[in-house]
Design a protein around this ligand. Sequence first.
Ligand code: NAI
Length: 335
Amino acid sequence: VPKCLPKQVLSNQLQPRASFKVAVLGAAGGIGQPLGLLIKMSPLVSSLHLYDIANVKGVAADLSHCNSPAQVLDFTGQSELANCLKGVDVVVIPAGVPRKPGMTRDDLFNINAGIVKTLVEAVADNCPDAFIHIISNPVNSTVPIAAEVLKQKGVYNPKKLFGVTTLDVVRANTFVGQKKNLKIVDVDVPVVGGHAGITILPLLSKTSPSVTFTDEEVGELTERIQNAGTEVVEAKAGAGSATLSMAYAAAQFVESSLHALNGEEDVYECSFVQSELTELPFFASRVKLGKKGIEAVISDDLHGLTEYEAKALEALKAELKASIEKGVAFVHKQA
Ligand code: NAI
């Protein structure tokens, strides 16, 4: 089974030429700042475009002093958004409000749905061919929103629209590695479904390297992975949600996308994408990335599930379906 491992090592070995342009929308935020730093460190990036509605000038000035190849440019406010996006290969969107204690990701819908809609309209107008990475929550709804906006603009390419669920995989790998005393960088747990509560389904039976769990361990680990975001929200006690681990995960997804765009083989990541794996129109699973986006949605992981996983898969479908439909309805209500 192909692995979702960081490609940093690979990129250092190959010493590829820096030639890709990446834009971050929401670049002055809790995620945007460390994400900008990690992307600035990529040897594949020639140009890093940072956009926010406020405070982005300082972030860009600061990052621009790092002696890595990427040129850093800042863009503030709606009037500069088009210029930020022109010629960009990958657009990452962490713009929007994060959770506070007691909130679900869906509680963010009212604010973030509109932000994502506006930003994706600009993406459609200025860089319709780019890979689009949606981080803003609720991902289960914001990705369908993005798809509808792109369809309305006549430029929807389902192979290039991604909901970023890498953090669920990162967390699963960490928690399983710790629990089973495995060498952490070797652990790979596919996480499927969506990106909220019970829709986050780690397939522990498909863990690589192969490892066995008691029923109790499966229950505990699954719940911890599903609630890991809330663990951080509560620890931060009102100061936001995961930002550093999220930036780490998003940077991994960007790096993998750039390797794919660079023509490298065997690039796999989990992501929430348009999918035919289940009866739901969007579903997170492992995907194979290539120059043109998704080359294959990997179905292997859904075969031979344990009884626990099969039940959990059925149980998540109603919530995921409702979140997808809420996103689609939002765009049509506004039209
Ligand atoms: P933050 O509040 O620290 O930063 C958000 C940034 O977005 C701010 O700088 C703000 O000025 C900017 N922004 C707001 N409206 C904008 C607009 N119209 N255009 C451009 N920028 C705009 O929030 P944080 O912690 O960075 O989180 C951002 C989003 O990421 C939240 O929706 C959060 O729920 C989500 N998230 C997603 C995760 C995932 O696994 N997919 C994990 C953690 C957070």
